[in-house]
Design a protein around this ligand. Structure first.
Ligand SMILES: Nc1ncnc2c1ncn2[C@@H]1O[C@H](COP(=O)(O)OP(=O)(O)OP(=O)(O)O)[C@@H](O)[C@H]1O
Ligand SMILES: O=P(O)(O)OC[C@H]1O[C@H](OP(=O)(O)OP(=O)(O)O)[C@H](O)[C@@H]1O
Ligand SMILES: [Mg+2]
Length: 285
């Protein structure tokens, strides 16, 4: 069987969660400290530890077959690279911000202004789409400081909690894109290696589905079961087992995390009791 080559960030915000999701996929990695390449012990996978910003080039050149990377970096420098799964961590936005004290009436206020950013392509494309001309100052980090030191009138950078903007007296005025970690695929991947990739994707999808769902157990009087089944349809249909107490049953089902509290309220109203909610490690369909 062929080996699948995957790039993950060597150190930084994506590293820990990237390793975690591989582990949740049952993949254990032979990891020496400061190693730039490692092999999985129980899956045909080679892991390359790289800088996030360098990963798009490795994917385009086919040096690696796939990667866990921020969507924002793919938009910035990853033309033609496909996204296979959104992984639900490292969620952030790439936004334009101006000093808090400035009035902002719309994007046209940025005409001919100086904008500091580490994301020149994303910024340029966004401004072009809006028909705005501005001067870009490309810097690699600490972008939020630029307006305070007179280097720029506005900035474009990553925003998550907003605390870096707040500390630097800036306000977010335009969200250019939303981003999260994704599994990205090289267009140079061979059909043989794609077969290994499909196995990894299957495992990742099972982990993600499990993460988004909860296992629910409840007790209900038998005459309420039809109504409760409509609220909790489950994967195919719920499991119903008789309780030792006559006239009562236990129902087991799966529920989506997003609708969790709404469903629990409906279940209580419909007569469910003793509701237990448990995490699901993996969900294979
Ligand atoms: N504050 C944040 N909150 C959530 N996600 C973030 C945040 N900052 C960055 N990210 C996401 O994590 C990715 C990696 O960010 P990080 O700062 O660790 O690396 P980097 O400096 O961009 O890259 P390199 O590995 O090349 O040094 C970003 O591309 C973005 O997708
Ligand atoms: O909205 P917040 O939650 O404050 O997050 C946003 C900050 O996080 C990132 O910086 P990071 O800490 O990764 O530092 P870096 O510039 O050295 O990469 C980003 O560049 C912002 O500065
Ligand atoms: Mg950063």
């Amino acid at each position: 069987m062929r080996y699948l080559k995957i790039a993950i960030q060597k150190s930084g915000r994506l590293n820990e969660d990237s390793l975690k999701i591989l582990k949740q996929c049952g993949i254990s990695i032979d990891n020496g400290k400061d190693q730039l390449k490692a092999n999985a012990k129980n899956f045909p996978l080679e892991i390359y530890y790289l800088r996030n910003g360098d990963i798009p080039k490795y994917l385009q050149d086919g040096v690696v077959d796939c990667a866990i990377i921020g969507e924002n970096i793919l938009v910035e420098k990853g033309k033609g690279i496909a996204i296979s799964e959104k992984l639900g961590f490292s969620k952030c936005r790439v936004s334009l911000a101006v000093p808090k004290s400035e009035k902002y009436n719309g994007i046209s206020d940025l005409t001919n202004k100086r904008i500091a950013t580490s994301y020149p392509e994303t910024t340029k494309n966004y401004l072009a789409k809006k028909g705005i001309e501005a001067e870009l100052h490309i810097i690699n980090g600490s972008v939020e400081i630029a307006p305070n030191i007179g280097l720029a009138d506005a900035i474009c950078d990553i925003v998550s909690s907003g605390s870096t903007l707040f500390k630097n007296n800036l306000k977010e005025v335009e969200v250019m894109m939303k981003s999260e970690a994704v599994l990205a695929i090289s267009s140079k991947i061979t059909p043989e290696t794609t077969a290994v990739l499909d196995k990894l994707r299957f495992r990742i999808q099972s982990v993600l589905r499990g993460r988004d769902s909860k296992y629910v157990l409840l007790n209900a009087p038998n005459e309420k079961l039809t109504e409760i089944t409509k609220i909790l349809p489950g994967m195919r249909s719920p499991t119903i087992l008789p309780l030792a107490q006559e006239g009562w049953s236990s129902m087991h089902s799966v529920i989506n995390q997003d609708e969790f509290w709404d469903v629990i309220d409906q279940l209580k109203e419909a007569g469910a009791e003793g509701i237990l909610v448990c995490p699901i490690e993996k969900m294979v369909v």
